[in-house]
Design a protein around this ligand. Structure first.
Ligand SMILES: [Zn+2]
Length: 360
């Protein structure tokens, strides 16, 4: 039976792909912009600003979509602002029923006012800890870790990778590269990935979102990514014949055989044109073929989404039931960059009992 929206909301959920600078509350952007005199496209109301973000991001172009971040990043240039945004992020995720989240951002984008990379990570970590404490007090316990991102068109990936390793025991679970894919292949940052591998560290790579199979192939086979950010274009290596039989190419087989997690973000993909609709999103086929599929929000502000919204949309499009949602959630928790024993504890003590209670 298809779960109701309220059941989806109360179900334990795990989020691996969420951008800190893509999830601000519109009211917070207004206030922070006012404090520093940053000019926004509209100062009319939080609602109007929220509309502006969603509509600009809806243009169907990844490049225009990325432009909306100029405004969120502009208001996240002080320790206090980063701290607040990080705390509110955790509170919002916990209120949505998320029990474990890895939230990413690019520290190098928050140093315009003189913060060091280290100070940026520290401010975000303080905010996460404050948010975690507030959520626990509100009866919605959540565990949150940072992923530090390097921008693929810049040249600071080695520094950011070192930052990830320096903070690995203080709240940073891993590393990522993000930004426009075309023209900036992941192999540009090979030294950073090789460093992380030597350090026994974890990383994911945005690959196969707007760009095709070569990007996914490089991310896995050259760079050694543990997970794929999006990875939707892996369907280009899968042929569905008229009689319903399915054929996997070498790369798609490898991804499925190795259980490489796909951090799928349906609403975001529809906005950027990486998928035509939720119903036609490759997540349906990839789930049927039992790839290691996970469901994520990407940018809650720009896509006006939440984990509850994403899962509810999938229920509507594919008829998923609670068993399917539990599968996505356990897939995600198994794929987290958290130590194995901690992952297992969340699966056994939080996720399984949470779904069992809902399934009566
Ligand atoms: Zn992303």
């Amino acid at each position: 039976m298809e779960p109701t929206r309220e059941q989806v909301r109360s179900a334990p959920k795990v989020l691996l792909h969420d951008h800190l600078d893509g999830g601000l509350r519109p009211a917070t952007i207004l206030e922070l912009a006012e404090e520093i005199g940053h000019r926004l496209p509209t100062h009319e109301s939080a609602e109007a600003l929220g509309d502006w973000f969603a509509e600009s991001a809806d243009s169907g172009s990844l490049v225009r979509y990325l432009e909306t971040f100029d405004h969120t990043v502009a208001v996240m240039q002080t320790g206090a602002a980063l701290n607040r945004v990080a705390r509110e992020c955790v509170e919002d995720l916990a209120a949505d029923g998320v029990v474990y989240a890895e939230v990413r951002y690019a520290p190098e984008q928050h140093v315009e006012q003189g913060l060091t990379l280290d100070e940026v990570v520290a401010a975000v970590q303080e905010g996460f800890e404050a948010g975690t404490a507030a959520a626990a007090e509100a009866g919605r316990p959540i565990v949150v870790r940072q992923l530090v991102t390097a921008m693929r068109h810049q040249a600071r990936s080695m520094e950011i990778a070192e930052l990830a390793v320096a903070w690995r025991d203080r709240g940073v679970a891993g590393f990522d590269i993000a930004g426009a894919e075309a023209g900036y292949p992941p192999t540009r940052h090979l030294d950073a990935f090789e460093y992380l591998q030597r350090e026994n560290s974890h990383f994911t790579i945005h690959a196969g979102e707007a760009f095709g199979l070569p990007s996914i192939w490089q991310a896995i086979q050259w760079c050694g990514a543990d997970r794929l950010g999006h990875g939707v274009r892996i369907v280009d290596d899968i042929t569905v014949h008229d009689d319903g039989t399915v054929e996997l190419g070498r790369l798609a087989s490898y991804v499925r055989d190795q259980r490489i997690p796909l951090e799928m973000c349906p609403a975001s993909n529809v906005q950027t044109g990486a998928a035509t609709s939720i119903a036609e999103h490759p997540i349906g086929l990839l789930t049927k073929l039992r790839f290691r599929v996970t469901v994520n929000t990407d940018n809650r502000l720009m896509s006006r989404t939440s984990m509850t919204d994403e899962m509810t949309a999938l229920v509507g499009a594919f008829g998923y039931d609670l068993t399917d949602l539990r599968w996505f959630t356990i897939n995600a928790m198994k794929s987290a960059f958290l130590p194995f024993d901690e992952r297992l504890a969340i699966i056994d003590d939080v996720i399984k009992p949470g779904y069992a209670a809902l399934q009566g």
